[in-house]
Design a protein around this ligand. Structure first.
Ligand SMILES: [Zn+2]
Length: 373
C-alpha cells in the first residue's frame, strides 16, 4: 500500500501558474494550459466610450442610446455628477440607460482640468462624483479625466486613491493601443484613447489640430482597427456629442453606425471599458492550479483545475479564458470539462485555433474536471 501511494504521489502533478506562464512540465503527457490574452481568444479588444452624449434631456441625446439599444452595444457613458441637475436625470441613468447594458465611468463632479488642482482637490472632485453615482446604485470602477488631463502623477494618484481601478486620459502624440504584444503590463492610470471628431469640428479647435490620436470618420478608423488586431492590443474609442447639426456636433451618425460595422467585422472583443479593466486586472492576479490524476500505471485519468484571483467576486466576476492542448495519451479522444460537483453539465470546452480547446471560467477558486472519452 505504501508503495502504491508513493507511485500515485509521484504521478500526481500539482502546480500553480500565473497568466504569463504555461502550465506544462512534460508536454507529451500533461494537459497544457495557458491563459488566452483576450476573452474567448479574441484577437484584440475594442471599447466604445461616450462623453457628453446624454444628461441634458434634449432631443438629440436620444440618438446614441437608440443606436446602443438597436445594436445591443456594450458601451460606457460618462457620469459627470455636477451636470446631473435633477431626479429625472438620475432616473434616466439608473433605469433607462443601465437597462440598455450601458456602464458608467466617473468623469468628476466638476468637469475641469484636474491637473490644475492639488492632489487633495482632485481627489475630492473624484470622490464627490463617485459618491453621487453610488447614491443611485452605480459603482464606478473606471475614471476618465475631463479634457484628458491626467498628466500629473498627483492627479493619477488621486484617481487611484479615490478607489478607481483605472483612468483614461488623452495624449495626442502617444500610441492609442493598450497592451500590444511586446508589452506585458498596463499603465492603469494613463489609459490612452483614440478620439473620434469629425473634420469640421476638429478644424474649429486649434488644440485638436496636431495629433496622432484623432480620426474623423470610419475610413480613418479602419487602419487603426487593423493595427490593433495586428498588435493583439486594446483600443478605446472616445466619442462626444453626436446628432445635432450645429457646431456642437462632434461626429456624424452615419460614421458611428459604420464604425460599429467595421469593429464587428473583425474578430475583436467589443467590450465595455470597465469590463476590459476588470478582465485584465483579474488575469493579472489569477493563479491557475492544475492537478493531473493518474492510475497506478501512470495513465492519465483526469485533470482537476481551478482559477483564483483572490479578488472580491462582487466586482471581479468576469470569466477568464484558458487554452488547452491534449496530452499525447488523450490524442484522438474527445475532451470534456465540467464543474467538479456537476458531472452532467453541458460541454464547456470549445474549439480554438490550431486544435486547441477553450475553457472560459470565473477566477473564483471553484474546481473543474477535464477528462477524455
Ligand atoms: Zn468630458
Amino acid at each position: 500500500m505504501k508503495l502504491l501511494c508513493a507511485v500515485i504521489f509521484a504521478y500526481c502533478l500539482s502546480s500553480c501558474v500565473t497568466a504569463t506562464q504555461v502550465a506544462s512540465v512534460s508536454p507529451s503527457d500533461t494537459l497544457t494550459v495557458s491563459f488566452a490574452k483576450w476573452h474567448k481568444n479574441s484577437s484584440a479588444a475594442v471599447s466604445m466610450t461616450f462623453d457628453h452624449t446624454w444628461g441634458r434631456m434634449v432631443e438629440w441625446e436620444r440618438t446614441v442610446p437608440k443606436i446602443v439599444a438597436d445594436s445591443v452595444l456594450p458601451v460606457d457613458f460618462d457620469y459627470t455628477s455636477g451636470y446631473i441637475y435633477d431626479n429625472n436625470q438620475h432616473l434616466l441613468a439608473r433605469d433607462t440607460l443601465q437597462k440598455l447594458g450601458i456602464a458608467f465611468f466617473a468623469h468628476g463632479h466638476r468637469h475641469i482640468n484636474n491637473d490644475t488642482l492639488s492632489y487633495e482637490q482632485a481627489k475630492a472632485n473624484f470622490l464627490e462624483c463617485r459618491d453621487s453615482m453610488r447614491s443611485i446604485g452605480i459603482n464606478p470602477l473606471v475614471y476618465a479625466y475631463p479634457g484628458g488631463y491626467g498628466y500629473k502623477t498627483s492627479t493619477q494618484r488621486a484617481a487611484e486613491d479615490a478607489g478607481f481601478l483605472a483612468a483614461r486620459m488623452f495624449d495626442p502624440l502617444e500610441s492609442p493601443h493598450v497592451l500590444p504584444n511586446a508589452v506585458q503590463t498596463v499603465d492603469w492610470y494613463r489609459l490612452p484613447t483614440l478620439m473620434m471628431f469629425r473634420k469640421e469640428f476638429q478644424d474649429l479647435h486649434d488644440f485638436l489640430r496636431v495629433n496622432r490620436t484623432i480620426v474623423n470618420n470610419t475610413a480613418q478608423l479602419v487602419p487603426h482597427l487593423r493595427e490593433n488586431t495586428r498588435l493583439g492590443a486594446w483600443l478605446i474609442l472616445t466619442y462626444h456629442m453626436i446628432g445635432p447639426t450645429d457646431n456642437e456636433n462632434t461626429y456624424e451618425v452615419r460614421d458611428l453606425l459604420a464604425d460599429i460595422g467595421a469593429i464587428r467585422s473583425q474578430r475583436t472583443w467589443l467590450v465595455r471599458m470597465q469590463d476590459a479593466v476588470v478582465y485584465l486586472r483579474e488575469k493579472e492576479a489569477a493563479r491557475l492550479s492544475i492537478e493531473h490524476r493518474r492510475n497506478a500505471s501512470g495513465r492519465l485519468e483526469k485533470v482537476i483545475l481551478s482559477l483564483n484571483d483572490g479578488l472580491p467576486d462582487d466586482v471581479y466576476s468576469l470569466p477568464l479564458t484558458l487554452l488547452m492542448t491534449s496530452p499525447v495519451q488523450w490524442k484522438g479522444k474527445t475532451l470534456r470539462a465540467y464543474p467538479i460537483n456537476n458531472p452532467n453539465s453541458p460541454q464547456m470546452l470549445v474549439p480554438a485555433e490550431d486544435g486547441a480547446l477553450m475553457l472560459t471560467i470565473p477566477p473564483d477558486g471553484k474546481q473543474y474536471v477535464v477528462i477524455a472519452e
